[in-house]
Design a protein around this ligand. Structure first.
Ligand code: PMV
Length: 328
């Protein structure tokens, strides 16, 4: 019975208020709460089966056999599932992204959300939602934001069971469009886990954290009221604060490329002509330019003509992670 494969799908998310730095790096309890929007057009699909014949966990990602630290991360989460379910079998994990992996487009968020859902179901575990979010969080912090649908807040908490996500509003609540200007598909040199560990070396992190509750309140309320200009202001500020911490860490972390700055400047010119648009950048050089749907064509066309922009992906708010098939 445990060998039946289960497939789950999850969307990556773009953080509007960013998570940067851990209170507990092992459990990924964050130093501050965060808010994000799931991205409907992008997804990870993951199939898990626990099999008697396996001598260790096996993981393929986009058709490639994975070993080393990435496999260890997956195995760690599978071991938590095995422990809870009281089973001793190793698992076969097959995962596919319909977007570039490891370039700051939150593939680890959708990846660990889909893995958690598929693995718990395949192991026959019946967890309540909060437990599921906490388990996903231990794989990759922001993965807990990819399990509920739409616009999601991750409450920081101080203990394992206090650090979980919930949906502020469904994907239908507000039709924002995220135009992702892709300037690089290279795998980033410093992973976000390595970056979180450096956050406290920046003199600016303490101020960023002290003001986080205020930014979270503004962002949550802006989403509830569909107040674009309030959201735009707080999201740009929050993204800039996180990157200020990154570049003042020791050693300094620069995720931006010259093209990143060029795109940000273009968005600033759009502000001057009152286009409803704002930028936010995660741990990578690609820029997420969010806008109201009536201007998304104009925004995407402008971005795609900028030097170094290889493509512009357009994403609407996405739903929750889901099981695709289960024969259990
Ligand atoms: O969940 P992680 O460890 O991949 O960290 C995510 C970090 C950022 O994408 C930069 C910010 C965020 O809140 O998603």
């Amino acid at each position: 019975m445990l060998t039946n494969p289960v497939t789950a799908t999850a969307h990556p998310n773009i953080a509007l208020i960013k998570y940067w730095g851990d209170l507990n790096p092992i459990l990924h309890i964050p130093a501050n709460g965060s808010i994000s929007m799931n991205l409907a057009e992008l997804f990870t699909q993951t199939t898990v089966s626990f099999e008697q014949s396996l001598e260790h966990d096996q993981f393929t990602l986009d058709g490639k056999h994975i070993s080393g630290p990435s496999l260890e991360r997956v195995s760690k989460l599978l071991s938590r599932v095995r422990h809870r379910a009281g089973i001793g079998l190793y698992a076969r994990v097959e995962s596919n992204n319909n977007f570039p992996t490891g370039v700051g487009m939150a593939s680890s968020a959708s990846g660990f959300a889909a893995l958690t859902l598929a693995a718990t179901q395949a192991a026959g575990l019946e967890l309540d939602e909060k437990d599921l979010y906490c388990l996903a969080r231990t794989g990759s912090g922001s993965a807990c934001r990819s399990i509920p649908g739409g616009f999601v807040e991750w409450l920081a908490g101080e203990r394992d069971e206090e650090s979980y996500a919930y949906s502020i509003a469904s994907s239908e609540h507000w039709d924002l469009v995220d135009c992702i200007a892709v300037v690089s598909q290279d795998e980033k040199l410093v992973s976000s886990s390595q970056g979180h560990a450096l956050a406290n070396t920046s003199l600016l992190q303490a101020s960023r954290l002290a003001d986080a509750p205020r930014r979270l309140d503004i962002c949550r309320e802006a989403i509830r009221q569909c107040d674009f200009s309030a959201l735009a202001q707080v999201a740009e500020m929050d993204s800039n604060l996180m990157h200020a911490v990154m570049i003042t860490s020791e050693p300094a972390l620069f995720y931006w490329k010259p093209e990143t700055v060029r795109i940000i400047q273009e968005v600033q010119s759009m502000h001057k002509v009152d286009l409803p648009v704002f930028y936010t950048v995660d741990a990578g050089p690609n820029v997420h330019v969010l806008c109201e749907p009536e201007v998304c064509k104009e925004v995407a066309d402008t971005l795609s003509q900028l030097p170094g922009v290889s493509q512009v992906l357009q994403c609407h708010p996405g739903g929750p992670a889901r099981i695709e098939n289960s024969t259990i």
